[in-house]
Design a protein around this ligand. Structure first.
Ligand SMILES: Cc1cc2nc3c(=O)[nH]c(=O)nc-3n(C[C@H](O)[C@H](O)[C@H](O)COP(=O)(O)O)c2cc1C
Length: 409
């Protein structure tokens, strides 16, 4: 059995130390990791997060030494990734009365992943509180840190933050608290940030806003050390590491259009990039001087090229520009294709093929997924007919993704 680890009054660590070399996100965690779950032994006993899928049964067996699972009233799932939610199926089976507490987007994933279609879910929204009998939990949504459904949980009476992956370290630590560690954990903390959080650093601002309202005295994350000494130092590190480090970046947007739909996408891209302080030039190739367009590309850090599709091809004279780009040295620049289309949008793909013939770094959905796990950022940027609110959000995500890369290099 695990030793009983009390981290505060009626708050216990009930996790799993995994001191293997753990394969994770196409890396090997050389120092292993822990999956920190927590038991709040209140009038309505509550579990916050679970452990990795591989250790679900062991987790419930160990937990049963501390509490009868049948008495558990709430299971809070801050983040659905199976290294934290993986014990849910085993726990839910032994805790039939427990309500699963999570954000709206998490419900579908948990139901599907663990066949929990018949279970009670309590969907919480930003700022909601939950009385668990002797303690009050407050929930703050932190979308995209590092997946869409993530939230953090704060125990008001204990002033403890349970942020799941955020503020974690990948170390199979034997000592539970940072002040007990035999090493300075800062390097491991920063390595974890770079590995997991940095690609999503735009969303750290939401986290910082949420933390402004909370008096956090202890951070109990779901991997590695529990932080109770110099807590503010670790919060500040997230703020610092997520700040922009670059300025004076430039983008060039080139487009062609029949009836202005692609122009609207181009203009929206421009406004989004400019909100991030990126100086952006925009050209309609059918009206612009091509030498000027190419000179702008030469100066740019990112290049967006778009066309609507007409009879399965690009329109206007865009191809002249694309051919010229393949002859230029454009190394180090980011490139993305976009366009409005009706049903198939071949032009957008043809542009993408041309971009691959240049030596620019071409953005693709596949690359985004592989490097960040994000599925809300799409490349090429394909907008069906006119730009409605839903598609505007999509364009926003893609432009922001490029801006982030430019500003943090
Ligand atoms: C003559 C014509 C041909 C088109 N052919 C295609 C096509 O082959 N594939 C497709 O996805 N959309 C096709 N469309 C739809 C346009 O791409 C779509 O209306 C788009 O929103 C136009 O954007 P724009 O205003 O920027 O030109 C066609 C539209 C017209 C008028």
């Amino acid at each position: 059995m695990n030793q009983e680890v009390k981290i505060a009054e009626d708050v216990y660590w009930v996790g799993k130390n995994d001191n293997r070399e753990v394969p994770f996100h196409r890396l090997i965690l050389a120092k292993g990791t822990t999956y920190n779950a927590y038991l709040l032994k209140t009038e309505k006993p509550t579990i916050i997060d679970t452990v990795d899928f591989a250790f679900g049964r062991e987790f419930v067996e160990n937990l049963s030494q501390q509490i009868d699972p049948k008495t558990i009233q709430y299971i809070v799932i801050n983040h659905t990734e199976p290294d934290h939610s993986g014990g849910l199926a085993a726990l839910a089976a032994r805790a039939p009365e427990a309500t699963i507490v999570c954000t709206e987007p998490a419900v579908y994933e948990l139901k599907e992943m663990y066949k929990l279609h018949q279970r009670n879910f309590l969907v919480v929204h930003d700022g909601d509180t939950l009385d668990i009998g002797g303690k009050t939990l407050k929930f703050k949504e932190t979308p995209y840190l590092h997946t869409k459904e993530t939230m953090i949980t704060y125990s008001i009476e204990d002033k403890i933050l349970f942020p799941c992956d955020i503020f974690s370290t990948h170390v199979a630590n034997e000592e539970f608290f940072n002040d007990e560690a035999s090493i300075d954990i800062t390097e491991d903390f920063i390595t974890y940030y770079n590995l997991i959080i940095h690609p999503h650093r735009r969303y750290v601002a939401t986290l910082m806003d949420a933390l402004e309202e909370l008096d956090v005295q202890m951070i109990a994350p779901s991997h590695g050390y529990i932080l109770r000494e110099n807590v503010q130092k670790y919060i500040d590190l997230y703020g610092e590491m997520s700040a922009n480090t670059q300025e004076n970046k430039k983008a060039t947007i080139i487009f062609t259009t029949i009836r202005k739909n692609t122009r609207k996408v181009a203009e929206y891209l421009k406004s989004t990039l400019e909100k991030d302080g990126i100086e952006t030039e925009i050209f309609n190739t059918d009206k612009a001087d091509h030498d000027e367009v190419l000179a702008s590309v030469q100066q740019a850090d990112a290049v967006f090229i778009g066309s609507s599709t007409k009879y399965a091809d690009m329109i206007g004279n865009l191809e002249d520009i694309l051919k010229a780009l393949t002859e230029m040295d454009l190394e180090g620049k980011i490139a993305a294709s976009f366009g409005s289309y009706g049903w198939s949008g071949e032009a957008i793909e043809v542009i993408q093929d041309y971009l691959y013939e240049t030596n620019m770094t071409v953005q693709s959905t596949s690359q985004v997924i592989k490097t960040t796990g994000m599925t809300h950022v799409e490349f090429p940027i394909r907008v069906r007919f006119s730009l409605d609110d839903e598609q505007r959000e999509k364009v926003d995500h893609s432009a922001t993704f490029v801006a982030e890369q430019l500003l943090s290099v």
